[in-house]
Design a protein around this ligand. Structure first.
Ligand SMILES: Nc1ncnc2c1ncn2[C@@H]1O[C@H](COP(=O)(O)OP(=O)(O)OP(=O)(O)O)[C@@H](O)[C@H]1O
Ligand SMILES: [Mg+2]
Length: 308
């Protein structure tokens, strides 16, 4: 059981112009795995994830691709209501957008549970208590309003909602960026607790977090997946110069060396490899030819002409 994004192409309409933002993005999520999606700001992580739930801005247009889930292409589905929240849950980049400030946490949890599991009040309350317990929110805080919760508690309340809906896929978009390390550790522990029954997509900038928690990693650059591998293999044999650059810019790296320049915006046309203007290993051909994904080992792929 899982979910597969296949060759997704997506862009934005702007003043009569179409600017492509995702190029043949593919990755798959498997039950029992935390799949990390990493890359600098603006490389397309959130819009890739939001495509799965079809929660895209009005100006976005998917031009081709498939998102396969339960034998069906979600992009062709007429009604997403029964999928969102119930089967595929989201912890969004900004948690406040998914909590209603006017209702208590209890009310919001109960609504999710009744809607998705069709339970009566008493049973729903029981499920809600267990979900909050799982995210270490004491039962006496159930009657609180979102503004009475700290950032970390809000994140955990949203995870509780995702848990109580019984989702098969959980998309966590930067779930720990705004949190201190203790709460970050708690959230990651929670993801590990639920991953037996859930396929998890973890979006993050933080490669240290990936190393400690993920099973599989896909690196995105300029709207493309440029490398994908099981996490151990990725850290042992990092293949793409961009991935190597990301690792070298980690504070823990002895030869701290940030990648110079900026990732492209969707308004820039770049010929050949999208990373070549910033690449230390670029060859003449890199500005002409767009690399395909080369297979380096069983599950390790890299889009770089060094491996041609
Ligand atoms: N509504 C929109 N209209 C036009 N362009 C957009 C829109 N939303 C996103 N983009 C562009 O799409 C690209 C990918 O954006 P996305 O939000 O997926 O990045 P990200 O990898 O999640 O970045 P971050 O790490 O900052 O969250 C960016 O270049 C962004 O400017
Ligand atoms: Mg984002």
């Amino acid at each position: 059981m899982g979910l597969e994004v296949k060759k997704l192409n997506l862009g934005f309409e702007c003043e009569g112009q179409f600017n492509q933002a995702l190029f043949n993005v593919s990755f798959s999520l498997k039950k029992g795995q935390i799949h990390a999606l990493v890359g600098e700001s603006g490389c397309g992580k959130t819009i890739s994830a939001m495509s799965i739930l079809r929660l895209l801005p009005k100006t976005a247009r998917v031009t081709s691709g498939e998102i396969l889930f339960e034998g069906e292409d979600l992009l062709q589905r007429k009604n997403m209501e029964s999928v969102r929240g119930a089967k595929i849950a989201l912890i969004p980049q900004d948690p406040m957008t998914s909590l209603n400030p006017l209702y208590t946490i209890e009310n919001q949890l109960l609504e999710v549970i009744k809607k998705h599991q069709g339970l009566e009040d008493e049973q729903a309350l029981d499920v809600a208590m267990r979900a909050l317990d799982a995210v270490h929110i004491p039962p006496d805080r159930m009657k609180s309003y979102p503004h009475e919760f700290s950032g970390g508690m809000k994140q955990r309340a949203i995870i509780a909602m995702a848990l109580s809906a019984g989702a098969q896929v959980l998309i966590a978009d930067e779930p720990t960026t705004a949190l201190d390390v203790t709460i970050q550790a708690q959230i990651m522990k929670l993801l590990h607790e639920i991953k037996h029954d859930t396929a998890i997509l973890l979006i993050t900038h933080d490669l240290a977090l990936v190393g400690e928690n993920a099973d599989f990693v896909s690196v995105m650059y300029g709207g493309r997946v440029v490398e994908s591998a099981p996490v151990r293999e990725f850290f042992k044999n990092t293949a793409h110069p961009y991935s190597q650059g990301l690792l070298n810019s980690l504070p823990s790296c002895s030869s701290l060396e940030p990648i110079e320049g900026q990732p492209p915006t969707i308004y820039e046309e770049i010929s050949g490899c999208r990373f070549h203007p910033r690449c230390k290993k670029r060859m003449d051909i890199c500005s002409e030819q767009n690399p395909r994904m080369y297979k380096l080992s069983d599950e390790h792929f890299c889009a770089c002409l060094l491996y041609n």
